[in-house]
Design a protein around this ligand. Structure first.
Ligand SMILES: C[S@@+](CC[C@H](N)C(=O)[O-])C[C@H]1O[C@@H](n2cnc3c(N)ncnc32)[C@H](O)[C@@H]1O
Length: 287
């Protein structure tokens, strides 16, 4: 398959991955953890993923997002890691190309093993940083990021980059762990730490999705931002992670419950923000 134009200024290394990046000191703690995790051998990638993410919920969210992408569109998945969100894309939208960007190159090596022959066909891998993406302005039809920008201390820089690389009319979707009033209370009453904006000791920086972040997205995009609440049932922290396995009916129910329902939002684990890059206003002289 022909290399997409968005990669024209990037070189491919011997490992089949494009570009390279230097890890910012602000994310060095996280980089150490992710590198360590990436050294493991995974016999069953989807089984491992289901301990941390609900596969049926995210499959449902991916389908919604992809439906908003035009024919032959191109999506940038920032922090795409193993690329599991796109594993079936070639079956239902073979016209779409996805570029997965990740800060940790070893994660992209796993994506290669997992996505196999899709790599460098409809899915391309780029070693890069959300806060300084190595693409030209107005390159993509969609920007997708799941549980990644919550770990980026320079959140606003990442959002500016999203806005920059999207074409006018391009779709933005970003999922993060939710700063949930209910779970904050539960954790507090159990004497447990519920980090909302700070370091999860020995792991990484975490900023759970809140109104402050939503305002940043709205300001940068100069557009209305809608919210969705997801993973209503999936609670790996309570060992309820069997809800997260691929194709389970409980997972599918969770996918249906995910959305904008104000009552169910109380139970949500994830909050996502969605907006569109507006078209430039037509200058008065051209009217
Ligand atoms: C919690 S994992 C989520 C992976 C995947 N999006 C998913 O939903 O399963 C976060 C990912 O973001 C990547 N990441 C963290 N900071 C990043 C940054 N500044 N730029 C690009 N990727 C980043 C990590 O290496 C990791 O692969």
């Amino acid at each position: 398959m022909i290399k997409p134009n968005v990669l024209s200024n990037l070189d491919r290394d011997d490992d089949g991955i494009y570009g390279t990046t230097v890890i910012d000191a602000a994310q060095s703690l996280e980089a150490t953890l992710r590198e360590r995790v990436a050294q493991f051998h995974y016999k069953d990638y989807l089984a491992s993923i289901s301990h941390h993410h609900s596969i049926p919920v995210m499959d449902h969210e991916v389908r919604r997002f992809v439906d908003s992408i035009p024919a032959r569109g191109i999506i940038c998945d920032v922090g795409g890691c193993w690329g599991w969100h796109w594993r079936n894309l070639h079956e239902y939208r073979p016209d779409i190309t996805v570029v997965i960007v990740d800060l940790i190159r070893s994660n992209l090596h796993h994506a290669k093993k997992f996505l196999k022959e899709q790599i460098n066909k409809n899915i391309w891998l780029v070693h890069g940083d959300a806060t300084k993406l190595n693409f030209k302005d107005n390159s993509f039809d969609g920007y997708w990021s799941a549980q990644t920008l919550q770990h980026v201390p320079q959140f606003k820089d990442a959002i500016r980059e999203a806005n920059r690389i999207l074409k006018s009319g391009g779709q933005f979707s970003c999922y993060s762990l939710y700063n949930s009033p209910l779970f904050r209370l539960v954790y507090k009453s159990l004497g447990k730490d519920y980090v909302t904006d700070g370091i999860v000791e020995g792991h990484y920086y975490l900023h759970r999705a809140d109104l402050r972040q939503r305002r940043i997205v709205a300001d940068v995009f100069s557009n209305f931002v809608s919210s969705r609440y997801s993973e209503i049932l999936f609670k790996p922290e309570l060992r309820l992670n069997f809800f997260g396995r691929e194709n389970t009916w409980l997972g599918k129910l969770d996918a249906i419950l995910s959305g904008k329902h104000p009552f169910l939002s109380i139970l949500a684990r994830q909050l996502s923000f969605h907006t569109t890059k507006p078209f430039d206003p037509i200058p008065d002289k051209d009217l």
